[in-house]
Design a protein around this ligand. Structure first.
Ligand code: BGC
Ligand code: BGC
Length: 835
C-alpha cells in the first residue's frame, strides 16, 4: 500500500472557506465551502452589461440562453433567433466534413460571428460563443495534438504538466476560432464499469483536486488571446452512479457528494473557471438538471459561482415532466445556457420559455440573471472587444497557422505519454529493451490509431475513422520502428520464433468507446480475457515460442488481466496515450548508448483489480484489496519479481441476477405495449449501435424505422412495424441494463412472436438473445421468415434450446432481430413460454 495524503473534504472545505469560518455541518448549504474566485466582478463591466440588457427584448434574451449544434444552426438562425451560442458535438465538423481544415473552422466561426453582430434589423449585436469538446487536445480537428486521455494524465501525477497541456489545448482551440472547451471533466470515478472512466483523472478526489485548478488555469490563463473558457463538468456526481451506469443515479449522502464528487470543483472555481456543465445523472433519484438546491443554492449562491451554467446535451429532457423543448424547471433550477442541439427542439424551447416568462411561470429576474452571466462570460473572455474569429490571432506571434499539431505541442504530449506509463511487472528486468534487440511487434493495438486515441477522437465514439483520418498520429509500431533497427510486425504473433526474435512487444487492450456505449453492464466482468479474447491468443502464441514478452495495455480503465500478466514478462499500462506513442518507446527502450533512457514515473490513479468482478474498488474504502494499489508503479533499478497470479476459472459474469428465477411466462411486447421491465430499442452502426429507445409514435434512424400499426385483432397501434433499410437491429432490453434470471425456461421453453411480412427478406435475418452483450445466442431466422412471407399474420415459435451460448440466468435482451438489408416485418405478442 502506498502512503497518501489524508485530506478529508471537511479539512478541504476549511481551506477554501472565505471568512465564514469552519462549519461543523455535514449537510445543508452551509456545509459547502464559500469560494473566492480568481476572477472578480468588475463594476464597470457589470454596468456595461446592464446597459446592453436594457435594450434587449425578451426574445433576444431567451435566444442568448440557447446553444444549438453546428449541423443544426445556420448563420441565418443565429440572427433570426438571437442565439447566444453554438457547439460542435463529438465528431461534428464544419460542413460535416471530417477533412475540414483550420481555415474551414475559422470560416464557419466568422459566419456565426458576423450573424451574431449583425444589427441591420435593429437588434443589438452580441458576439456568439462557440463551445467544443477539446477533452484530450483539440480532438475533433484533423491533425491536432492528441494528449493522453485523463486517466493517463492522472497516472502522471504532475500538476505543472496539466497547466502546460491546458495552455497548448487552448492555443489549438483558439487557432480554429473557437472560444470555449467543455473540459476538464472532474469526475471522481468510483466504478470502472462506467464508460467514461477514462475521462476522469482518478478514483481519488485528492488527485482530481490537485489537477482541477491547474488545468483551468492552463486553459483560461487570464482569458487573453490564445486562451479559451474552461468548463468544470459534470456537476455533480457523474463518477458515482450505481453500477457505474452512465447517466444513472448517484446514491450518496450530501457529505459524500461534496467530499468525494465535489472536490474538483472547489479549486476549479477558485481558479476562476467560467462555466460549469450540469451532469446527466441523478442525485438520489432526482435528475441534477432540475435540481435547484444543487445549482442555484449550492453552486451559485453558496460557492459564489458567477459564470455560466450550461446544460448537457438534451439533459433537460430527462427531468421528470420535461422534454428537450420544454423545461421551466431547469431554468428555475439555475441553468443559464441550454445545450439543445437540434433545431426541431431548440426552436420550440425558445417559444415555450418565452411563454413561460409571459405566463409568470418563470420570473423575469431568472432570465436576467442567466443573460447577465452569459454576457459576463463573453465580456471576460474578450469577445466584445475582439474582431471576427479569423482576425483575432492573425498578428499574434504565439498563434500562427501552424498551431494545430505544432511540433512543440506534440513534444509536450510525448512527455505526458512518458509520464503516464505505469509499469506493473518487469521480471528479470526485461525492460528497458536494447535498441539492437530483434523485436517482434504483435497485438491488435500495435498499429491502431483508433485503439491508442480512444473515444472523443475525430468522432464521438472514436470508431468509424479510417487510418487516413488520423493525421500526424504515431502508432506504437511507428514509434518502435524509429528506435529499433530490427522490427518484424506480425499482428497475431504467429511468426514468432526464438531464433529470429529476442523480444516480443504485444500491444493489447480495449477498443474505442465513449459515454454509455462504453459501460460494462451490471452483470459484466472486468475480465480482459472475456472482453478481448483475441489478446490472450496472441500472448499464448508468444509464450509458447519461449521469446520473452512485453505486454503494453491500451485501455480506458484497469481490467482484471491475471492471465495476460502471467503470460508476459513485463506489463505496462499505457492507457489511451493519444497521438504520440514515441512517449512509450522513450521509456521501454534503452537510450542510444544503452542504459536507461527515461525511467517510469507513472503511478496508478485507479486501483487494479485482482478479481474479475472487483468493482467498485477504490483507495480508502473498507476492505480495500486490489492487485496493484492506487499509487503503485515500478521503476527501473529496483528489481522486483511478480510471482504467478492466481487464475480462478469462472463461468459467469459478476452481477448475474441472484434473485429467484422468473417462473411464469415472460411477456415482452403484448397488448400494444412493451412490458416492464423491458424497453424497445433500435441500434445501427451510424449511431455506433447505441440503443435508441422507441418511445414515441414513430422512431427512425438512417437504417430503421419503427412505427406502431394495428395488430392481428385490429387493435389500434398494438403491433410494431420494423422497416430495415440496411444494417441494424431492433431489440427488447431490460431498462436497467441488468440481466434477468430466466433459467427455468432454458430446458423446454420457447420464444414466440407473431409476425407479418409482405415479402421475403433481402438478406439473412438473425434472431438473438443477449445475456448482456457480448454474451449472445443467435439463430438464423431466414428460413422461417421465407416460409411465412406474404401469408399475413403468422406465429413464429423457436425452441430456446436452439440458442447456443446464452447464460440463462442473466438475460437482458430476450429478443433481438438483426439484418443487413431491406426487410419489412410487423411483430406483436413477443413472449417466452414454458415448454
Ligand atoms: C457529454 C458532454 C459533452 C457534450 C457535448 C454530452 O453527450 O456528456 O460531456 O460536453 O455531449 O458534446
Ligand atoms: C450492440 C449493443 C447492444 C446490444 C444489445 C449489440 O449488438 O452492439 O449496442 O446494446 O447488441 O444486446
Amino acid at each position: 500500500m502506498i502512503k497518501r495524503k489524508i485530506a478529508t473534504g471537511f479539512l478541504l472545505a476549511l481551506s477554501f472557506s472565505a471568512g465564514a469560518g469552519p462549519s461543523p455541518k455535514q449537510s445543508g448549504v452551509e456545509s459547502w465551502p464559500k469560494i473566492k474566485s480568481a476572477i472578480v466582478q468588475d463594476p464597470a463591466m457589470e454596468a456595461r452589461i446592464s446597459e446592453i440588457m436594457k435594450s434587449m427584448s425578451l426574445a433576444e434574451k431567451v435566444g442568448q440562453m440557447v446553444q444549438g449544434e453546428i449541423q443544426h444552426v445556420t448563420a441565418e438562425d443565429v440572427k433570426a433567433f438571437h442565439l447566444g451560442s453554438v457547439l460542435n458535438g463529438g465528431g461534428s465538423f464544419p460542413g460535416g466534413d471530417k477533412q475540414a481544415q483550420v481555415s474551414d473552422w475559422l470560416a464557419l466561426a466568422d459566419q456565426y460571428w458576423a450573424a451574431s453582430m449583425d444589427e441591420s434589423d435593429g437588434n443589438m449585436g452580441i458576439p456568439i460563443l462557440w463551445g467544443t469538446d477539446a477533452v484530450h487536445g483539440h480532438n475533433n480537428v484533423r491533425g491536432a495534438t492528441l494528449f493522453p486521455h485523463n486517466i493517463g494524465l492522472g497516472a502522471a501525477r504532475d500538476p505543472d504538466l496539466m497547466e502546460k497541456i491546458g495552455e497548448i489545448t487552448a492555443r489549438e482551440v483558439a487557432a480554429t476560432g473557437i472560444d470555449w472547451t467543455f473540459a476538464p471533466t472532474l469526475a471522481v470515478v468510483r466504478d470502472d464499469r462506467w464508460g467514461r472512466s477514462y475521462e476522469g483523472y482518478a478514483e481519488s478526489p485528492d488527485l482530481v483536486e490537485d489537477y482541477a485548478g491547474r488545468m483551468v488555469k492552463g486553459l483560461q490563463g487570464s482569458l487573453e488571446l490564445g486562451r479559451v473558457i474552461a468548463t468544470a463538468k459534470h456537476f455533480i456526481g457523474d463518477g458515482g452512479t450505481n453500477l457505474g451506469k452512465d447517466q444513472g443515479n448517484t446514491e450518496v449522502s450530501e457529505a459524500e457528494l461534496r467530499d468525494i464528487h465535489g472536490r474538483g470543483y472547489f479549486p476549479a472555481l477558485a481558479a476562476g473557471v467560467q462555466s460549469v456543465m450540469i451532469t446527466f445523472n441523478s442525485w438520489n433519484g432526482e435528475k441534477v438538471h432540475g435540481y435547484k438546491y444543487l445549482i442555484q443554492d449550492v453552486l451559485k449562491d453558496r460557492m459564489g459561482f458567477d459564470g455560466l451554467v450550461v446544460s448537457d446535451w438534451n439533459g433537460i429532457g430527462q427531468v421528470k415532466g420535461c422534454s428537450n423543448s420544454d423545461c421551466a424547471q431547469a431554468v428555475l433550477a439555475g441553468i443559464d445556457l441550454f445545450m439543445i442541439p437540434y433545431k426541431a427542439e431548440w426552436r420550440p424551447f425558445i417559444e415555450n420559455t418565452i411563454a413561460q416568462v409571459q405566463g409568470g411561470k418563470i420570473p423575469m429576474s431568472r432570465i436576467d440573471d442567466a443573460v447577465r452571466r452569459i454576457l459576463r462570460v463573453k465580456m471576460r473572455a474578450g469577445l466584445f472587444d475582439r474582431p471576427k474569429p479569423s482576425q483575432r490571432l492573425a498578428d499574434t506571434a504565439q498563434v500562427t497557422a501552424g498551431t494545430v499539431g505544432a511540433t512543440e505541442h506534440k513534444n509536450v504530449a510525448r512527455e505526458a505519454v512518458r509520464k503516464s506509463l505505469v509499469l506493473l511487472k518487469n521480471n528479470r528486468n526485461l525492460l528497458p529493451i536494447p535498441r539492437s534487440a530483434r523485436v517482434l511487434v504483435a497485438g491488435k493495438s500495435a498499429d491502431s490509431e483508433a485503439n491508442q486515441t480512444g473515444g472523443w477522437t475525430l468522432s464521438w465514439q472514436g470508431t468509424e475513422n479510417s487510418k487516413d483520418d488520423y493525421v500526424g498520429v504515431t502508432t506504437v509500431l511507428d514509434a518502435i520502428r524509429s528506435v529499433s533497427t530490427s522490427v518484424t510486425f506480425d499482428q497475431d504473433g504467429s511468426e514468432i520464433n526464438r531464433k529470429s526474435h529476442d523480444v516480443a512487444i504485444v500491444v493489447i487492450g480495449e477498443t474505442p468507446y465513449a459515454e454509455g456505449r462504453g459501460d460494462l453492464g451490471a452483470a459484466d466482468t472486468l475480465e480482459l480475457a472475456k472482453l478481448h479474447p483475441e489478446d490472450l491468443e496472441v500472448l499464448k502464441r508468444v509464450k509458447a515460442s519461449g521469446v520473452p514478452a512485453v505486454a503494453i495495455y491500451l485501455g480506458g480503465r484497469p481490467l482484471y488481466a491475471n492471465k495476460e500478466i502471467n503470460l508476459s514478462d513485463a506489463f505496462v499500462a499505457a492507457w489511451l496515450p493519444g497521438s504520440e506513442a514515441e512517449g512509450i518507446t522513450d521509456v521501454i527502450f534503452q537510450g542510444p548508448e544503452g542504459g536507461v533512457n527515461y525511467d517510469f514515473t507513472g503511478k496508478l490513479s485507479f486501483s487494479w483489480p485482482q478479481e474479475p468482478c472487483q468493482t467498485p474498488l477504490n483507495v480508502g474504502e473498507k476492505a480495500y484489496d486490489p492487485l496493484f494499489p492506487y499509487g503503485f508503479g515500478l521503476e527501473y533499478g529496483k528489481s522486483s519479481t511478480l510471482a504467478k497470479l492466481p487464475e480462478p476459472s469462472r463461468d459467469f459474469g459478476c452481477g448475474q441476477d441472484s434473485s429467484s428465477p422468473v417462473q411464469d411466462e415472460v411477456r415482452v411486447h403484448d397488448e400494444g405495449q412493451t412490458q416492464e421491465p423491458w424497453g424497445m430499442f433500435i441500434g445501427d452502426p451510424l449511431n455506433d449501435w447505441l440503443g435508441i429507445q422507441v418511445r414515441a409514435d414513430e422512431v427512425s434512424t438512417p437504417s430503421i424505422v419503427v412505427t406502431p400499426v394495428d395488430n392481428e385483432e385490429g387493435i389500434q397501434w398494438a403491433a410494431r412495424q420494423l422497416v430495415f433499410k440496411g444494417l441494424g437491429q431492433v431489440y427488447f432490453q431490460s431498462l436497467d441494463g441488468a440481466g434477468r434470471n430466466l433459467e427455468t425456461f432454458a430446458e423446454a421453453g420457447k420464444l414466440s412472436f407473431q409476425a407479418k411480412l409482405p415479402e421475403v427478406p433481402a438478406a439473412d435475418v438473425q434472431l438473438r438473445i443477449d445475456c448482456v452483450y457480448p454474451c449472445i445466442g443467435s439463430i438464423d431466422l431466414t428460413p422461417r421468415l421465407n416460409e411465412i412471407a406474404g401469408k399475413g399474420w403468422q406465429t413464429v415459435t423457436v425452441p430456446l434450446s436452439e440458442f447456443d451460448g446464452v447464460k440463462w440466468n442473466r438475460v437482458d435482451t430476450p429478443f433481438l432481430i438483426t439484418t443487413s438489408d431491406a426487410l419489412t416485418i410487423t411483430i406483436d405478442k413477443v413472449m417466452w413460454e414454458k415448454g
